[in-house]
Design a protein around this ligand. Structure first.
Ligand SMILES: [Zn+2]
Length: 91
């Protein structure tokens, strides 16, 4: 699989580490149901079949976090952008 890093160009996925879902947002620890929201945040992740936004770290390159849009069924990568400065998209 090839990932188009915005800074380094298209690179092999072996240069990257994946963190997971880029759409989840850390809950407010002072919120009224913080324990329940943190349980969902940590343990109840979706496993979508199809297009998905994921966080990847370009470990052997520019060492930037990227949001990669990838089809989890075909591994086709539709695009990648720097995570820094990007606003989280709603699920
Ligand atoms: Zn890079």
């Amino acid at each position: 699989m090839r990932i188009p890093c915005p800074l380094c160009g298209e690179r092999d996925s072996k240069e990257f580490s994946i963190l997971g879902d880029a759409t989840v947002k850390r809950p407010d620890p002072d919120g009224p149901d913080a324990a329940g929201e943190f349980f969902d945040y940590v343990y109840l992740r979706d496993n979508p079949a199809g297009t998905h936004c994921e966080l990847w770290f370009h470990e052997a390159g520019c060492r930037q976090w990227l949001v990669v849009t990838r089809n989890t069924l075909t591994h086709e990568v539709a695009g990648a952008e720097l995570s820094a400065g990007r606003k989280a998209k709603k699920r």
